[in-house]
Design a binder for this molecule. Structure first.
Ligand SMILES: NC(=O)C1=CN([C@@H]2O[C@H](COP(=O)(O)OP(=O)(O)OC[C@H]3O[C@@H](n4cnc5c(N)ncnc54)[C@H](O)[C@@H]3O)[C@@H](O)[C@H]2O)C=CC1
Ligand SMILES: O=C(O)[C@@H]1CCC=N1
Length: 259
């Protein structure tokens, strides 16, 4: 996710790559690779990664969060803004781990950030002001849309739009498999599927019609779509998607209980 954010941000030319310092747990080869690819600066130590940063972005897995965030604690300076993209972990927990009063915000972007199309939700912790929110909005607007939500809604966002691209890729995988089994070439299928998903997405975004209305327009009585959707209904795909999102939301809540 950190790479998707940096890629998206750098592509806009609004943020200079050499002002972005990166650090991972131990893979210096990976840091070098990112430096070559984007021009960002690898930090040899956590201290170097954190010193002088205006904004510290936390993007480790929730299971590594406690150890990673606590390791920053000795080096964090007053006024540094902390933004976490980690699923589940609350601003209150981050404040506990960093043992200070720094402003903390949470963002839930998605991997479409890398091409400037993230749907990001932002929430602020109690020590963050509107000025900090504005700074975070400016940052995340370079990589897509920003929706401000109260922090208790972030679990929902995580299961919906944080994980969301994967649900769409899951559908795309099935469409690709069916097309190739039915003898379209890989490239033919890819072009048709990606443009179909893009067009449907733009219809949802740019028209005032609801998903149901848009679906009805495709579905001629007695036609192919009706036949196809009948099969989806037979497999209860609609209910399966609702269950999928609710399960992902619950998982985000569970991840938030990691200490
Ligand atoms: N992948 C996605 O689509 C999204 C992920 N997120 C959140 O972003 C976070 C990262 O997820 P991914 O990028 O998928 O994971 P990832 O495994 O690709 O990246 C995690 C990085 O954290 C580093 N790391 C682990 N412990 C560390 C430590 N102690 N000090 C410094 N670096 C350390 C690892 O070296 C690795 O580079 C997670 O909390 C996830 O919930 C949020 C939105 C979307
Ligand atoms: O799967 C995950 O836990 C992360 C959070 C949202 C998307 N990926």
């Amino acid at each position: 996710m950190a790479e998707a954010i940096m890629e998206g941000v750098i592509k806009t030319n609004k943020w200079q790559a050499n002002l972005i310092t990166i650090k991972n747990r131990s893979n210096s080869g990976r840091l070098k690779e990112l430096q070559t690819k984007y021009g960002v600066i690898p930090a040899p130590t956590i201290k170097k990664a954190v010193s002088d940063a205006e904004i510290i972005i936390l993007a480790v897995k929730p299971k590594d969060a406690s150890q990673a965030v606590k390791s920053l604690e000795p080096f964090i300076q007053k006024e540094q803004l902390i933004i976490s993209v980690m699923a589940g972990i609350s601003t209150g927990t981050i404040t506990e781990w960093t043992n200070n009063e720094n402003p903390v915000l949470r963002a839930m972007p998605n991997t479409s950030a890398s091409i400037g199309y993230s749907a990001t939700a932002l929430s602020k912790g109690i020590s963050a002001s509107d000025v900090h929110v504005q700074k975070a909005v400016e940052l995340f607007e370079t990589i897509g849309t920003v929706t401000l939500v109260p922090e208790d809604k972030l679990h929902i966002v995580t299961g919906l739009s944080g994980s969301g691209p994967a649900y769409i890729y899951y559908i795309a995988e099935a469409m690709q498999k069916a097309a190739e089994e039915l003898s379209l070439s890989h490239e033919e299928a890819k072009t048709l599927i990606s443009q179909t998903l893009l067009g449907a997405s733009l219809m949802l975004k740019n028209t005032s019609e609801s998903p149901i209305e848009l679906r009805k327009k495709v579905t001629s009585p007695g036609g192919t779509t009706e036949a196809g959707i009948g099969k989806l209904d037979q497999y209860q795909v609609h209910d399966a998607f609702i269950a999928c999102i609710k399960k992902a939301v619950r998982r985000s809540e569970e991840l938030g209980n990691i200490k």
